[in-house]
Ligand binder design. Structure first.
Ligand code: TXA
Ligand code: MG
Length: 319
């Protein structure tokens, strides 16, 4: 892949990760793989660097960023964890869970990462390249998904280059993301957990610890980034389609898929985890086929189906 003069694309070996850590420390932007999707990273304590993320993505300033940390100890330097948040971190970090907690009194993170709120969203990623970058830089790294605002998330280095070439200093190529859908975002209403964004960690995995998750409407915390239209491909999306019309690209699910001229199956065996991993890559592929409409089969709400249906609903929303 050819990249512009500003953007370098490198295989994420030790040397490249060391170079990336240096770029972050001097205020630059680095895209890097996590287990969920690629992140567009900057030093979370550097106002100018964080402002650079908003500019590169064309992201509205009211939408706060996730800060990536090495572990719970690192996170507790920046935020105040209610005991339920501590339990969740102990159970699921490192991993695809983002916890939104009040900023600590001595929090040195840029106020821009919180977009005017008194909370900060943090997660400790499990991807070895993300972990190495956190260790080598010694920083907390602010990183939203590495795509232009409102578009499909990037699950490979070439997806990142396609959307952000010229906007970032270095893209670390660590291959495709193993999970392929963003982290689950949880906020807290006192000691109750609020599901702000369904994601890679299913409700059924969380609720044994949290009890029934509240929805943002029931809770007092909300997530300003949950805009109705998001994750939009160029094509229109038509949801809950059993049989596509002629000329529609078809995104199928499960063993009973109808035939289509242009089609892909998220999971022929009907596994929502496999489907979540394929969602963004397949939407990109079908979009590139040039079809005006992508018809999507119904996906059950179980397991990672809840996160898939959230993304599909917003990809299909009026723009
Ligand atoms: O898997 C992921 O979460 C990826 C990887 C790179 O870590 N990141 C990601 O970031 O998806 P982004 O910026 O695309 O989504 C972050 C979500 C947004 O919906 C945002 O509004 C919410 O987290 N968020 C961040 N800070 C928040 C806060 N203080 N309060 C409420 N919601 C917050
Ligand atoms: Mg995003």
């Amino acid at each position: 892949m050819k990249t512009s003069t500003r953007t370098e694309l490198r295989i994420a070996d030790e040397d490249a990760i060391t170079a990336a850590a240096k770029i972050l420390r001097r205020g630059g932007l680095v895209a890097f793989p996590t287990e969920t999707v690629y992140g567009l990273g900057a030093n979370a304590a550097d106002d100018a660097a964080v402002a650079g993320i908003f500019a590169a993505k064309g992201r509205p300033k009211f939408n706060p960023l996730i800060v990536h940390v090495r572990d719970y100890e690192h996170a507790s330097e920046h935020g105040v964890f209610p005991s339920l948040a501590r339990d969740l971190a102990a159970a699921f970090w490192p991993g695809p869970l983002t916890l939104v907690v009040p900023r600590g009194e001595n929090c040195e993170l840029s106020l821009l990462v919180s977009a005017g709120l008194d909370t900060v969203a943090m997660r400790a990623p499990s991807h070895p390249i993300a972990q190495k970058l956190l260790l080598k830089s010694g920083l907390a790294i602010a990183a939203p998904s590495a795509n232009p605002s409102g578009r499909l998330s990037a699950t490979s280095a070439s997806d990142v280059a396609e959307g952000l070439d010229g906007e970032v200093d270095l893209i670390l190529d660590g291959g495709p993301c193993p999970v392929g859908i963003e982290s689950t975002v949880i906020g807290f209403d006192g000691e109750a957990a609020v599901l702000l964004r369904p994601g890679a960690l299913a409700r059924s995995e969380l609720e044994p610890i949290t009890g029934a998750l509240k929805s943002p409407q029931q809770g007092r915390v909300s997530s300003p980034g949950m805009l109705e239209s998001h994750y939009a491909p160029n094509a229109k999306l038509r949801l809950d389609v059993k049989k596509p019309k002629r000329n529609e690209a078809f995104l199928a699910f499960g063993p009973n898929a109808a035939e289509a001229e242009t089609g892909l199956n998220l999971s022929p065996r009907g596994d929502t985890r496999e489907a979540a991993g394929n969602l963004f890559a397949m939407l990109r592929k079908l979009d590139a086929s040039g079809a005006a409409t992508i018809a999507v089969m119904p996906i059950p709400d179980e397991g990672l189906g809840e996160a898939i249906n959230d993304r599909l609903r917003r990809a299909a929303a009026p723009r």
